[in-house]
Design a protein around this ligand. Structure first.
Ligand SMILES: Nc1nc2c(ncn2[C@@H]2O[C@H](COP(=O)(O)OP(=O)(O)O)[C@@H](O)[C@H]2O)c(=O)[nH]1
Ligand SMILES: [Mg+2]
Length: 342
């Protein structure tokens, strides 16, 4: 049997077992579902970090640098095992390109403590965000303390992936013509850490000014202590006791590694903040609640689907198309149908 998953090997971080397990989970096979359930008690340890922003801002390069920071922390700190989930199909993490000409990624590829997975396919799990959440759970149970999730900053999937992360890093770059768009799309409001990458390019000062004023605006629009786990950064004049998390703006040059240790420190500080404020637990509770609700919806639908008489269903559909019954009423009626004899 090819779809048997060796859970001990997965938990030990065996790469082949991990890759196989994530594939099964993505494809939602029976073995994949069972593996997820068996692994669940071992999850909840990892720090999930989302890295989002427009294409070309340097997310992949930055992700590789951050992975290195976690692998080679300052003396005294314990190196963490790092999982990387790349949603961007053009990511150099995808396919064989990991072994491409980028020195830092080649370094990572040879590191046993780093597991890289491209999530280009939607799988059968009902969307990229569900597949990503499942893959993150597998890595979490396998003892990867840090999970970096690179995602392109556009669309619904992206927002949901951000909801999955404990810490969200929004990456911008100068003269991309996109800072106004980013502000419009509200992407700054999801940032826990804002990075202005490509600080070696012209236009940095202007971009920095634009981002600072956008940050201030986002701060003033951000409800304090909102249930979503986001927290409003303080304005200059606010009393200390009201202080939440201040979204730092960090300039970096990902290609040379400049600024990446500062980003690493900001991530650690944010982790500490979440712990101190009990926001870590709140965030996890929120996520697990929505996972339960999604599973309930899927399971209810699957259960119902097994019982419905296809003929009745087709008849109902005809009624709807003829505008005799509304889809809402049809749903109620279909749910009332007695179980088919077969
Ligand atoms: N000049 C400069 N180029 C960078 C920097 N960071 C990344 N790049 C380059 O920008 C391009 C896009 O980087 P990538 O990490 O793939 O961006 P992504 O699409 O956001 O993941 C690559 O050619 C990188 O080498 C930087 O700080 N400065
Ligand atoms: Mg990328």
């Amino acid at each position: 049997m090819t779809n048997v998953i060796d859970l001990d090997a997965v938990r030990a971080g065996d790469r082949i077992a991990l890759a196989r397990c994530i594939s099964q989970v993505e494809d939602q096979t029976q073995a994949g579902r069972q593996a997820l359930s068996a692994l669940f008690p071992f999850t909840g340890q990892a720090h999930l970090i989302g890295i989002t922003g427009s294409p070309g801002t340097g997310k992949s390069t930055l992700t590789a640098q951050l992975a290195r920071e976690f692998r080679q922390p300052p003396a005294g700190d314990i190196p963490q095992r790092v999982g990387i989930l790349a949603i961007d199909p053009t990511s150099p993490f995808s396919g064989g390109a990991v072994l491409g000409d980028r020195v830092r990624m080649r370094d990572l590829a040879g590191d046993e403590g780093v597991f890289i997975r491209s999530m280009a396919s939607r799988g059968a799990l009902g969307g990229l965000s569900a597949a990503t959440a499942a893959a993150a759970s597998v890595l979490d149970a396998a003892g990867f303390g840090i999970i970096l999730i690179e995602t392109v900053g556009a669309g619904q999937d992206d927002v949901e992936i951000v909801r999955l992360a404990h810490t969200t890093i929004v990456v911008e770059a100068p003269d991309m013509g996109d800072d106004v768009q980013a502000i419009k799309a509200g992407i700054l409001e999801i940032a826990d850490i804002l990075v202005l990458n490509k600080a070696d390019l012209p236009g940095v000062a202007r971009a920095e000014r634009a981002l600072r004023s956008a940050l201030e605006l986002a701060d003033s629009n951000r409800p304090f202590n909102q249930g979503g786990g986001h927290h409003r950064a303080p304005l200059e004049h606010e009393p200390v006791f009201k202080t939440g998390w201040r979204v730092p703006l960090i300039k970096s040059i990902a290609t040379s590694g400049q600024g990446t240790s500062e980003i690493h420190r900001a991530v650690l500080a944010h982790h500490q903040f979440l712990m101190d404020q009990k926001k870590w637990d709140a965030k996890n509770a929120e996520r697990l609640t929505s996972e339960l609700e999604r599973s309930l919806r899927e399971e209810l639908y699957r259960t119902w689907q097994r019982t419905v008489d296809p003929h009745t269903y087709r008849q109902m559909l005809k009624q709807i198309l003829a505008r005799r019954v509304s889809p809402q009423q049809a749903a109620i009626d279909l749910l009332k149908q007695p179980k088919s004899s077969k």
